[in-house]
Each structure stands twice: as structure tokens, then as C-alpha cells.
Design a protein around this ligand. Sequence first.
Ligand SMILES: [Zn+2]
Length: 265
Amino acid sequence: MDKRAFFFLNDSLLLPAELSDSQISEGLPLELSKEFDAPDIFEIPGIDEPLSMITGVSVSPQAEIPSTWRAIPVRRILAIFGGINDGETRRIVRACHIAQWRRDSLYCGTCGTKNNDVPSQAQRICPKCGRLEFPRICPAVIVIITGDDNRILLAHNKRFKTGIYSLISGFNEAGETLEETAVREIREEVNIEVKDIVYIKSQSWPFPNSLMLGFSARYSSGTIKPDGEEIEDARWFAKDNLPELPSEGSLSRYLINEWLNGNFK
Ligand SMILES: [Zn+2]
């Protein structure tokens, strides 16, 4: 059988226009890479059992895309397949993360020499000083905050599409525990204090290099005040009065769905 590969343009998958979105979980024939000018082709171990290799083709953002191809954001693929971290999408998510990391790891961060690939590994090595480079993974927390009357706090971030509300999230800073990140982000973005922070679940989120860590927390004190910089609006919402929510396939939606199913009271 032809070797299969996932084709990427930044964090979108490329596919021939005649294929439907749901047909790409197995990848495309690697042969098709000939249709692109000097793509970056890589092979890495998967994370499944038993281990199988994943092949990726990363097309330069400057390259011309043939008119018979189209691009579909990996985020939308996650929404199509629904579940988080499941078999259908985890190979695509891993390859997407690596495809982007490879563009940011061409040169050694210590001495500036061009890195070499470590064969069949998601690693690069500097031929001059021996520095190993691994994919960068940035932890970020996302928190479902429950308040009085079984309501949750949802916020509209300036980066979201109009009308969409989601959970408070933010990146872990050097020296911080994840629980401290949760407390700080909630305080900074909506001006309230929380208690009873509990870890729930994580999700790889390669846009471009996050690991999302989902927590629940309970409201403790304070009055909601959006920071006005990232957060434009934030409110308590009841189950029968929800705004437009983030897409299925995201950890934020998973946490909200769990609450709708009776968890995190
Ligand atoms: Zn070096």
C-alpha cells in the first residue's frame, strides 16, 4: 500500500478538493507531495499502541497551492470528529504540532548552527555543540468556575467570534504551579477569587504548541469585572440561558458538557 501522510499548511490540513473533510483521518498518498515545491517531509513515532510511524508533509506558507486542493483548519477537524484526544484525531494533532515546531527549530538555540534531524524521532540535534531540541509544549490552564444557583462563569474574549462565550484560560508562567496559574488568570481577567481547584482532564492543542489542562473551581468572593483588554464581557450563565459556546472537540466544550450532565456542582 502507498505510504500515507498528512499534508499541512500552517495549522490547516491540505487535501484534494474532491475529498470530504471526514475522509482525511488516514492521510493521503505520500506521492502527492510531488505537487508542492520543496515541502518539509518528516516521519515521527505515533503515540498509539502498538506504535506506528506518522508521516507529515509541511508545505511552505509561501508555496503556491494547486487550485485542485483546499485547506481545512485542524480545529474544524476536531469539531467534526467531536471527542477530545481520541484515536481518529490524535495522529493529526501530533503531526500538526510537529510540522509547526520543525519550522521554528531549524537552527540551534545555543550556537546558531543549522540543526540535523534525529532519524525517526521528534528531535533535532546541533552537529556543532550537540544541543538536542525537542518540540516546545506550552502548558495552559482552562477553568470551569461554578457559582451560586448552579451557574457557571463564561467570558467573551476579544479574539472570539461575536457572541461566543467560553471558559477562562491562560498560560502557565515560569515558577508557577498550575493551580496558581488558574487563580492568577481568573483574578486578572474577571476580578474574582476561587477555591476548591480540581484537575479534570488535558488536551493537546497544537495552535501552535499548547497543552490545555482543564480544571474545575468554585466561586469564593468578589464581583465580576472584565479586564477590558482580553475579556470584553463575563457573566454567570444558567443551563437554560446559555450563549453560543465553543466548538465540540475542544476541552472548553467538554468541560461545559460535563457540567450540563450534572458534574462540578
Ligand atoms: Zn549548537
